[in-house]
Design a protein around this ligand. Structure first.
Ligand SMILES: [Zn+2]
Length: 424
């Protein structure tokens, strides 16, 4: 899956890693290890953070706090929806546990090279924002640097001990800043993405095959996902409804000639629909065995457009990993976006990773930023209660909220499988 240039880059990164490990083992005090993961502290990283903080963005931190509250609630609504939806899933439909983890290399839906690029960008922006907010509020940054394990995997910012005694609002601003930076980057990236693809509308009118059922006439005729059908017999097929209207009239045993966009013509003998659906009312109807979607519909649903409503935009980018395969099929029917498909995917994954990291970190789970911020806010709200009782109330409450949130996250993989156990 990795292209040749990125292998060269990976080897170069690994050589740097070996050098870092060697320096660290020789006693360089800027380098420390967590197992095989090296933390490289850098003085100039702290200076860069302080420089950016001096630029001063006075209202950004307020915006960050507001965004945190909004995205925490939004994230909880999404999680509730997916948890409720999980009761309708059969065990076969339940997602694999690995698809819940937004990490390239673990999640099979995330391509390794694009995913890593997105993740590293997101972590750098996230930590930088924590650091800048610390410095902008007059708090010292104890250290900052790069997390290195085979390649630069992220960044870290360490506040000095005075952070513990900072005001509630300052702490909340610092915790909110990381995710806020991620949302900002996602937003800007999506703006660039939609302007790159501004002239991208289908050059082909037809339907894309997205699935071929095994042992059907389509499979026997070697039709593949990604094939674009532009006509059947002497009819042009411009969209999904043309196709369904045509197929409705066809009987089992009839021959049809499919015209493909690439010039192929394939004759298919239709099977009996009843044989596949066991539905009595469909006896004798023609059956081919493909799932299809109109090129125009697919392009509307997948391509980012500057004229999209914000909510459509959000829906498209959140479900992007699910459509990555289908997107590849669409490439044949679309002109290239400005700067090539590779740039398009790179930006889409940067946006997705930033959104995923921002949303996850907004959730009220300790020790994520969202959980830590919630804890700080609770402590301030309950300040009339004596210290000793207050901290145990806050701890129990944040633990309960954390566990409940984790339960909602796990629902789609657990509920369908448990349901199956109880039914047997
Ligand atoms: Zn953070």
């Amino acid at each position: 899956m990795l292209e040749a240039p990125s292998i060269t880059v990976l080897i170069a990164c690994f050589l740097v890693y070996l050098y870092v490990v060697w320096k660290g083992l020789k006693g360089d005090n800027r380098i420390s290890f967590y197992g095989p993961v090296a933390l490289i502290r850098c003085r100039s990283c702290v200076e860069i953070i302080q420089k950016i903080a001096r630029l001063g963005l006075p209202h950004a931190a307020w915006l960050a706090v507001g965004t945190w509250i909004f995205s925490m609630l939004f994230g909880m609504v999404l999680l509730l929806q997916s948890a409720l939806g999980s009761f309708a899933l059969s065990p076969e439909q339940a997602p694999e546990p690995t698809t819940l983890i937004g990490l390239p290399g673990i999640n099979p839906l995330i391509p390794l090279s694009y995913g890593l690029m997105g993740l590293v960008t997101a972590i750098f922006a996230h930590e930088l924002a924590h650091g800048v907010t610390l410095a902008a509020n007059g708090l010292a940054v104890k250290s900052a640097g790069i997390v290195y394990f085979g390649m630069p995997l992220g960044a870290f910012v360490e506040p000095s001990d005075e952070f513990q005694n900072a005001k509630t609002l300052v702490k909340t601003k610092v915790f909110s800043a990381g995710s806020f930076a991620n949302f900002l980057i996602a937003f800007l990236t999506l703006l660039i993405l939609s302007s790159l693809s501004i002239n991208v509308s289908p050059t082909v009118r037809g339907i894309v095959v997205t699935y071929v059922a095994p042992e059907t006439p389509a499979a026997q005729a070697s039709i593949k996902p990604g094939d674009i059908i532009v006509g059947i017999n002497n009819h042009s097929i411009r969209n999904g409804s043309d196709f369904h209207a045509f197929m409705k009239e066809k009987k089992a045993g009839e021959n049809i000639v499919l015209h493909f966009h690439d010039g192929r013509r394939v004759t298919v003998t239709l099977a009996d629909r009843y044989y596949f659906t066991k539905n009595d009312s469909e006896r004798g109807m023609g059956f081919i065995g493909v799932k299809i979607v109109g090129v125009d519909e697919l392009s509307r649903n997948l391509m980012f457009s500057i004229s999209d409503k914000p909510i459509d935009f959000l829906r498209k980018i959140i479900s992007f990993p699910l459509y990555m395969e289908t997107m590849k099929y669409l490439e044949a029917a679309l002109p290239q976006p400005f700067g090539d498909w590779e740039l398009f995917y790179t930006l889409a994954w940067i946006a997705w990773m930033n959104l995923a990291l921002g949303l996850t970190n907004s959730l009220p789970i300790v020790p994520f930023d969202g959980g830590s911020a919630l804890k700080v806010v609770l402590e301030a709200t309950l300040n009339r209660i004596p210290e000793s009782r207050r901290s145990s109330i806050v701890n129990v409450f944040t633990l309960a909220v954390s566990l409940a949130t984790i339960a909602l996250i796990l629902a789609p993989i657990l509920v369908p499988r448990l349901k199956f156990l109880f039914h047997n």
